[in-house]
Design a protein around this ligand. Structure first.
Ligand SMILES: [Zn+2]
Length: 70
């Protein structure tokens, strides 16, 4: 179940760090510990969830948005 219901949508980490954009990524595969996502620009990436998300991951939480303000 990895990230669980609240992690069905996340922020694309590649867009965030390379393009400084918060782009929505949808879960395409839910694993036991790692979920795979594809963003609206086509990036594929995996996220490890040691425990399921405790808050919705989209829209981006404040700590993610803070990454864009540096
Ligand atoms: Zn992306």
């Amino acid at each position: 179940m990895a990230g669980g219901r609240l992690a069905a949508d996340v922020t694309c980490m590649q867009c965030l760090y390379e393009d400084r954009l918060a782009v929505r990524a949808r879960r395409v595969y839910e694993g036991a510990e790692t979920d795979r996502y594809r963003c609206e620009k086509g990036h594929l990436f995996g996220l490890d969830w040691p425990t399921p998300a405790s808050e919705p991951q989209w829209p981006p939480p404040a700590d993610v948005l803070a990454c864009l303000e540096d």
